[in-house]
Design a protein around this ligand. Structure first.
Ligand SMILES: [Fe+2]
Ligand SMILES: [Fe+2]
Length: 188
């Protein structure tokens, strides 16, 4: 069976790891202790740092919006300001879109040229980016609504989107690193 991002079993919100069909196409470095590899200090560590920042950002927005749901409507504006929800969420959106853009247009086509067997893995990750970008779009809209009209209902909408983002961001990044970190370990 080949990878089809529209197939729900391969969907980033539904799967619990890389599809079995992709496993045999991975480079053997997938099994290694990445941090012990002599070339870890190059792009591998750089990408993993970016990924940790994205995960921390997604975790923070999901947890913060959840906490804000317990704040009375009268105090909500102050709390949103104090926590800098607008600025921090906007930063995450921009950072995530930028990162996907660099992967889709720079790295992924390069990886397929180097390792044609990885085409299915790249199709999967590219499909994930589309779902992630749609979810980021949903957050952008619900964030604007919440900042304009801060109340429990608007915040609940933002929180639902943020919870979805947290879940799929973790799935995507775990699977993506299994595919791409070994490539960086080979090429520095
Ligand atoms: Fe990435
Ligand atoms: Fe990615």
């Amino acid at each position: 069976m080949s990878v089809d991002p529209k197939n729900m079993t391969h969907h980033v919100a539904m799967r619990d790891g890389l599809p079995a069909v992709i496993r045999p196409t991975l480079l053997e470095e997938s099994q290694q202790d990445w941090q012990a590899h002599p070339r870890f200090a190059g792009k591998a560590r750089f990408f993993m740092n970016i990924h940790r920042q994205l995960l921390n950002g997604a975790d923070w927005v999901a947890a913060t919006t959840e906490t804000l749901l317990d704040v009375p409507d009268d105090d909500l504006v102050d709390q949103i300001d104090t926590l800098q929800l607008g600025q921090r969420a906007a930063h995450l959106l921009q950072f995530a879109h930028g990162h996907h853009e660099i992967e889709d247009h720079g790295y992924f086509p390069q990886f397929i040229r180097l390792y044609p067997n990885l085409e299915q893995a790249m199709t999967l990750l590219d499909g994930d980016h589309q779902v992630l970008d749609e979810t980021l779009g949903g957050i952008e809209t619900s964030l604007a609504t919440t900042l304009q009209t801060p109340n429990r209902d608007t915040l609940a909408g933002l929180q639902r989107n943020a919870a979805v983002l947290r879940k799929i961001m973790h799935r995507h990044i775990t699977d993506e690193e299994e595919v791409i970190i070994p490539i960086f370990l080979r090429h520095g």
